[in-house]
Ligand binder design. Sequence first.
Ligand code: MBD
Ligand code: FE
Length: 306
Amino acid sequence: MNHAEIEALARKWVVEAADRPANPRVQQVVVRLLGDLCKAIEDLDVTPNEFWTGVAYMTAAGTSNELGLLAAGLGVEHFLDLRADEAEKKAGLEGGTPRTIEGPLYVAGAPESAGFARLDDGSESDKADTLFMQGMVLDQDGKPVQGAKVEVWHANLMGNYSFFDRTQSDFNLRRTIIADENGRYAFRSIIPVGYGCPPDGTTQQLLTLLGRHGQRPAHIHFFISAPGHRKLTTQINIDGDEYLWDDFAFATRDGLVPPISRIDDPAQLDAKQVDKPFASIDFDFHLTRENATLPAAEVERLRAAA
Ligand code: MBD
Ligand code: FE
């Protein structure tokens, strides 16, 4: 069959088959995706066995809740970032901290504190490098944003996230920090370890067939939000990680790899009330002004809530 014939079929199955009120946007998207799928089946001579293998794959990926992970690993989530960047550039909006993907492991409802939080429950203190990270939330003009909400979450030394990893305490390595009157936030935590896709999961199964690993470099996630400003979804990476520029989710970006200092001065250890040298990261978040002509920076997606 040629493409015109396939497009006519897709229109028949979606648009012409409708005999009651339909959602036109859903029709538009489905007719396109269905047509594109059938063209791929035709052009690549996909066999019935291959087609049903794909159906079983999507069923298994959904059943194990790995479709969000798959979207990250295939680059689609990063593609949405590139499109958001493009839309902002076109609207003349520039200068903010680069966005990067949220990933599938955010959990709503983390404990909130003013100015400072300790993220880790102390269970890995013996093995971990202690991290202090601090900075300001600034607006488009470089002025501090008092009361900005800094949501932060990251993995433990196993590369696992609390909630999804039921062996961790509730909200371990997840907090909401409200920036102080000078726009400052600060937290104490541990340096995380990079995430790896579940080795027996559906995402890694496909990545292996594609000749790819499923590793992420060590990173820390953030949502930064404040009224009148575009919500920023981003991450910082831990410099020196072997996967820093080889992220399976394509999320590392220039501007998101801050220098880490190693502090061993006894006076500074005292001041932080720690008994061993620690790592320190200074990082300011730059927000951009809310802009009604742009798609909302706040993304709605199904998220876990503990
Ligand atoms: C992660 O920690 C992550 O950030 C992404 C994008 C995908 C899987 C695990
Ligand atoms: Fe992550």
